[in-house]
Design a protein around this ligand. Structure first.
Ligand code: GLY
Length: 353
């Protein structure tokens, strides 16, 4: 997997012109979803560097992250005369950058692509690090490849029009980056006021957050070791998301990750002596900003099943990333059914679920 360039842009047109200039191509395609077509495309469509490009638009939200949608993108590329020397620009949130990245990575065995993430979640996580894919068989991101974008251009101006829930969703991944890095980053994150956002401060924190992810991905691009640190909160988070999907409840990814962090920090405290005061402070921040996901003990088996099917597991053992303290990462930690039930009990008691 070649390394990608992550650009914190102050001038999107200049940054995109430079990024496209680094990828000589015959035809240029721009992928949006119906939301970014309406809200973000108008901010870029007059750019000289996008002149003559072919637009491809897909349905918005995770329910469209499917094989059918992927096929419509491949078809549009084929009909638009794409060759192996074509280039695709993905303009959107994590769904667009994941699916678009996968479409580009597989079309004619791979064409180059550039990501312009437009949500906080895709800026700090999805668009960076080369994970691409679609949902399949009821499981999230089940099919995909590791293949980095040539460039990822972060323009935090897009955040000014992003709704509060989507800000909170992306912020959960930033909180995770704080927890796996150092106490200063973590303290800055849990003291930030998400109800009255200081966008200049947020921009600084986004840059720090992406740098934390990039450093980890650079060491371990295909998640054989330390990249598993980025899975903190995700073993439980993905199970909650899958349960929500099955029960037709809407849950944004970052909210599930935030609730997953509560659970997995508890397991960290129990197994690795993660400090109780930092556990409580993190829980308080999450409770105040994310509310709770309600479930009862009859759903534990189902959650356990989802955790068992998580693609991060090896040999059927449920795998967690835990912390001994902030920045003290312990990957490949397993837990049995009893410990998982105890963790879910703690979640429900502390979050009022
Ligand atoms: N979202 C976690 C990772 O990119 O590895």
């Amino acid at each position: 997997m070649t390394q990608q360039e992550v650009i914190i842009s102050k001038n999107l047109e200049q940054s995109l012109t430079a990024a496209i200039g680094k990828c000589p191509h015959d035809r240029l395609f721009v992928l949006t979803d119906t939301t970014t077509l309406e809200l973000c495309w108008p901010k870029v469509h007059q750019f000289e560097c996008l002149k003559g490009s072919t637009m491809i638009t897909i349905g918005a939200t995770d329910e469209h992250k499917t094989l059918d949608t992927l096929a419509t993108v491949w078809t549009a590329l084929q009909k638009g005369g794409a060759t192996r020397h074509s280039l695709m620009v993905n303009l959107g949130g994590g769904m667009v950058t994941d699916l678009g990245g996968f479409a580009a990575s597989t079309f004619k065995r791979g064409i180059r692509y550039i990501n312009i993430p437009t949500t906080l979640l895709s800026m700090v996580d999805a668009s960076v690090g080369g994970k691409t894919g679609i949902n399949f068989g009821g499981l999230k991101n089940e099919i995909g490849v590791f293949n980095c974008a040539s460039s990822v251009i972060l323009d935090t101006e897009f955040l000014r029009t992003l709704d509060h829930q989507n800000i909170c969703s992306g912020y959960a991944e930033m909180l995770k980056h704080g927890l796996i890095s150092n106490i200063q980053n973590w303290a800055e994150l849990i003291n930030f006021d998400l109800d009255h956002i200081d966008y200049t401060h947020l921009q600084d924190m986004v840059a720090k957050s992406v740098a934390i992810k990039e450093e980890i991905v650079e060491k371990d691009p295909t998640e054989k070791g330390i990249r598993k640190a980025l899975n903190l909160g995700h073993t439980v988070g993905h199970a909650l998301e899958s349960l929500a999907l099955e029960e037709n409840r809407t849950v944004l990814h970052g909210y599930a990750v935030a609730w997953g962090l509560v659970s997995e920090l508890y397991l960290s405290a129990k197994r690795m002596n993660f400090p109780k005061d930092k556990l409580q402070q993190t829980i308080q921040f999450i409770r105040e900003n994310y509310g709770t996901f309600v479930f009862d003990c009859k759903e534990y088996d189902r959650l356990f099943d989802f955790m068992t099917h998580d693609k991060k597991n090896e040999a059927g053992i449920i795998n967690f990333t835990l912390l001994g303290d902030i920045g003290d990462i312990r990957i490949n930690q397993s837990a049995n059914k009893e410990e998982i039930a105890d963790m879910l009990d703690f979640y429900r008691e502390s979050m009022g679920s």
